[in-house]
Design a protein around this ligand. Structure first.
Ligand SMILES: Cc1cc2nc3c(=O)[nH]c(=O)nc-3n(C[C@H](O)[C@H](O)[C@H](O)COP(=O)(O)OP(=O)(O)OC[C@H]3O[C@@H](n4cnc5c(N)ncnc54)[C@H](O)[C@@H]3O)c2cc1C
Length: 416
């Protein structure tokens, strides 16, 4: 059977290439994709899906707290929108003249900037121009340092893989993942969904929220001048209708973004000096959590009983007509409750990142990188403690989560 297929391939390739082609010495018959049982099995405490802004931090926190952790990322590197999208100016770690978000995300950003001999904004100086307090970070260095920190924390990384199916077990979940040429079955106690669009939550059938019209995405590039990572502003253009829901819609966004850049290049006669590999997506699905953060909660700086971190950014909704950030009132610092990370009615499942349970306007401020990192760290801590106690994140005493986070450098609302 194998040799028949080999002969067939040999024959057709020679036929296609013409008679003048040299003889082909060996052709391997391919194994049909998806056939057979999973090739690899893992039995772990915590599965993190999505190694982006939030997921990297979640995985490192879980690993440092002693959990066995596998991080599944469908792309080729860590950092997500920060690195692959090129939005390497994380904010905001400060509010009203003081630092309000620290911990593992800040450690990684700080080390990236220091190793890159870059500069930090002065957090003691508050500016209404919020972008002045974002931290210019070298996207390439950040991605490599993130891998180093995962390795040091004992986190195993599986690139090019994503979950295809998941079922509940007595002690947690069984998740089947595929990559190219690979299949994996993961048995885990807890899942942290950091896919940006709550893809695992969707796969498991828990409710998600999404607007008919979403904020535009942006494609990042440099025309006519070099990109100096960690130093200069990067050029960007809106990709209206950008939709990260699935590979077809994401393909469309990338094609549109790159085509528009080509048109701009031809019009302006400038050289293309830098191009990110994919569109940055601002908005897709958010979870419907055990609580939903409303824009009133956000604007008023509501102190949730179960707050796990601060957040700080203007309400920042991009539309077809651009964006007009609405700064928060003097002294206001919003908080993020643990219940907004837990899909309603779920157990052994938690999310972190821009899919946090929130209404659209609250989400336009919560989605930025420093809060995503803080949520990632909190989700990593809660999932690890839940795995250790054989329970679910919302049943872990809040004080234990707070104590673990503080031990790993995080700032809990009320601390400062
Ligand atoms: C153009 C633009 C400008 C922005 N400007 C700023 C700014 O100035 N400052 C700021 O702080 N924030 C800014 N943001 C917001 C911020 O960058 C994002 O909201 C934030 O990075 C999202 O983090 P996340 O962890 O939720 O998702 P991401 O960082 O996008 O990570 C999600 C990861 O999950 C992976 N993934 C997805 N699905 C799967 C799957 N099924 N299986 C496995 N892996 C999967 C993805 O490949 C990705 O690596 C901007 C965003 C955009 C798009």
């Amino acid at each position: 059977m194998k040799s028949t297929r080999r002969n067939f391939l040999h024959h057709s390739l020679l036929g296609g290439a013409g008679l003048g082609m040299a003889s082909i010495t060996e052709i391997h018959a391919a194994t049909p994709a998806g056939a057979g049982q999973p090739e690899t099995t893992d039995d772990i405490d915590v599965l993190v899906v999505g190694g982006g802004t939030a997921g990297t931090i979640a995985a490192i926190q879980a690993g440092r707290a002693g959990a066995s952790v596998l991080l599944i990322e469908r792309g080729a590197q860590l950092g997500g929108t920060m690195t692959t999208g090129g939005v390497a100016f994380p904010g905001l770690f400060d509010a009203w003249g003081r630092q309000i978000i620290a911990g593992i995300g800040w450690e990684l950003v700080k080390e990236s900037v220091e190793l890159d001999q870059g500069n930090f904004p002065d957090f003691a100086r508050f500016s209404q121009r919020h972008w002045q307090n974002q931290v210019f970070t070298n996207q390439f260095l950040y991605a490599i340092l993130a891998e180093e920190k995962c390795a040091q924390a004992g986190v195993r990384i599986a690139y090019y893989e994503f979950p295809q199916a998941a079922v509940k077990t007595d002690g947690g979940w069984q998740v089947d993942c595929i990559g190219f040429g690979t299949k994996r079955r993961v048995t885990c106690k807890q899942i942290i969904d950091c896919t940006g669009g709550a893809e695992v939550v969707g796969l498991l059938g828990f409710p998600r929220l999404r607007e008919d019209e979403r904020q535009p995405g942006s494609y990042l590039f440099m025309l006519g001048e070099a990109h100096e990572p960690g130093r200069n502003q990067i050029h960007r253009l809106y990709v209206h209708g950008a939709d990260s829901t699935n590979s077809r819609t994401a393909t469309q966004a990338n094609l549109t973004g790159r085509k528009t850049i080509l048109e701009k290049l031809r019009k302006e006669g400038k050289r293309l000096m830098h191009l990110q590999p994919e569109t940055g997506f601002r908005e897709s699905y958010r979870i419907e959590g055990e609580t939903i953060i409303t824009v009133n909660d956000y604007r008023s700086g509501r102190k949730f009983d179960d707050a796990i971190s601060y957040a700080f950014y203007p309400v920042d909704l991009h539309t077809r007509n651009g964006v007009k950030p609405e700064p928060l009132k003097r002294g206001v610092i919003p908080t993020i409750p643990l219940r907004a990370l837990v899909p309603k009615g779920s157990r052994n499942l938690i999310v972190a990142g821009r899919c946090v349970s929130s209404d659209r306007l609250a989400n336009s401020g919560l989605r930025v990188q420093a809060p995503c990192m803080a949520m990632g760290q909190a989700a990593g801590a809660a999932a690890t403690l839940a795995a250790k106690h054989g329970t679910t994140p919302l049943e872990v005493p809040l004080k234990e989560i707070h104590d673990l986070l503080r031990n790993h450098g995080a700032i809990i609302p009320g601390d400062v």
